[in-house]
Design a protein around this ligand. Structure first.
Ligand code: F6P
Length: 326
C-alpha cells in the first residue's frame, strides 16, 4: 500500500517552455480541490537545495494561464547532481512535511527526479516540459506546439523576402539533440530541405538539389536546420556560399524566441490535463512516473524507463519531406 500524500511541491527545471505556467496552475488548483497543501519551489532543484519554497493558494496562480516563462522560475542545478545536495533538498521538503513532488521539465530533470525518488521516501511525478519533444512516452510535450507555431510564423515572414529577392534562406531552429521543431516547422512552411541531428546530412545531395532547382528557376528556397544538425546553420551557409557563389544565400537563426511567448490553446489544454493528472497520480499511489498523452489519452511511463528512451523520428516523416519539396 503506497503512502498517502498530503503536501505537494511543484517545480520547473531545465529550459523554460510555454505552458509551464498553465501546468503549475493546474497542479495548484487540483491539489487545493482535493484538500492538499501545495508549495511552489523556486528555480527548480536549486530551490529545494536552498530552501526557496513558498506555500501557494488559488490566487497565487491567477492570471498566468496565458503567460510564457514560469512564475516559479527555472534552472539547471549542479548541486543536485551530488548526494549531499539531494539530501539537503530532502531535509528542506521534510521539515515542511512535503511528501510528494511534481517536476515539470525535460529528460535531464526526470533523471534528477528518478534518482531522488529512489534515494528518499518522496514520490515524484514528471511532466514533460520541453519545446524539443524528444521524450518517448508522450505524443506532445509542454511548449512544443507553441514553439513550432512561433517558428512557422517567423519562417513564413522570411519566405516573403526569399521570394522578393530570389534568395536561398537557411533558417536555424532550436533542437540541440532533437529534430522535431525543424521537422514540423519545415514541413509546415514548405521547406526544400530539413536537416536534423537524428540523420546524417549529405551536403552533396543538398548542392545537387539546389543546382537542379536553380536550372528550373524554382522561386523560393528555404532550408530548415536544427541547431544540433552535424553542420548547423552557420557551417552549412558557409559551405553553400563557397560552392554556389552566385546564389544569394542568407542565414537566419531563430534562437530563443522559440522558447517564449503566450502558449497556444493546444499547449494550454495539454498542460491543464497533465497537471491535473499528476496530482491524481500522487493521490492514487501511481508514483514515480511521468505523465504524457498518447492517442489523446493520459499515459504513464515509469521514470526509470523514461530516462532510457528518446522519441525517434520515423522514416515516413523523411519521405514526406522529400516528396512534398519537389
Ligand atoms: O529547451 C531545449 C533547448 O531549447 C534546446 O533545443 C536548446 O539547444 C537549448 O534548450 C538551449 O538552452 P539554453 O537556453 O540553456 O541555451
Amino acid at each position: 500500500m503506497k503512502k498517502k500524500v498530503s503536501k505537494i511541491g511543484v517545480l520547473c527545471s531545465g529550459g523554460d517552455s510555454p505552458g509551464m505556467n498553465a501546468c503549475i496552475r493546474a497542479v495548484v488548483r487540483t491539489s487545493l480541490y482535493y484538500g492538499l497543501e501545495v508549495y511552489g519551489i523556486t528555480r527548480g532543484y536549486s530551490g529545494m537545495v536552498d530552501d526557496d519554497i513558498t506555500k501557494m493558494e488559488s490566487r497565487s496562480v491567477a492570471n498566468i494561464i496565458q503567460r510564457g516563462g514560469t512564475i516559479l522560475k527555472t534552472a539547471r542545478c549542479k548541486e543536485f547532481f551530488s548526494y549531499e545536495g539531494r539530501e539537503k533538498a530532502y531535509k528542506n521538503l521534510k521539515k515542511r512535511g512535503i511528501d510528494g513532488l511534481v517536476v515539470i521539465g525535460g529528460d535531464g530533470s526526470f533523471r534528477g527526479a528518478q534518482t531522488f525518488s529512489n534515494e528518499f521516501d518522496i514520490p515524484c511525478i514528471g511532466l514533460p516540459g520541453t519545446i524539443d519533444k524528444d521524450i518517448a512516452g508522450t505524443d506532445f510535450t509542454i511548449g512544443f506546439d507553441t514553439a513550432v507555431n512561433t517558428a512557422v510564423e517567423a519562417i513564413d515572414k522570411i519566405r516573403d523576402t526569399a521570394d522578393a529577392h530570389d534568395r536561398l534562406f537557411i533558417i536555424e531552429v532550436m533542437g540541440r539533440d532533437a529534430g522535431y521543431i525543424a521537422l514540423h516547422s519545415g514541413i509546415a512552411t514548405g521547406a526544400e530541405n530539413i536537416l536534423i541531428p537524428e540523420r546524417k546530412t549529405d551536403v552533396e545531395d543538398i548542392i545537387r538539389s539546389l543546382e537542379e532547382k536553380e536550372k528550373r528557376k524554382k522561386l523560393v528556397n528555404l532550408i530548415v536546420v536544427a541547431e544540433g544538425d552535424q553542420f548547423g546553420g552557420e557551417e552549412l551557409t558557409k559551405l553553400i556560399k563557397e560552392r554556389m557563389p552566385l546564389l544569394e544565400t542568407r542565414l537566419c537563426i531563430l534562437g530563443h524566441i522559440q522558447r517564449g511567448g503566450s502558449p497556444t490553446c493546444f499547449d494550454r489544454l495539454i498542460t491543464s490535463r497533465m497537471g491535473y493528472s499528476a496530482v491524481e497520480c500522487l493521490i492514487e499511489g501511481r508514483h514515480n512516473v511521468f505523465v504524457g498523452i498518447v492517442n489523446n489519452r493520459m499515459h504513464y511511463t515509469p521514470l526509470n524507463e523514461a530516462v532510457k528512451k528518446k522519441q525517434r523520428i520515423g522514416e515516413e516523416w523523411i519521405r514526406i519531406v522529400k516528396i512534398l519539396a519537389t
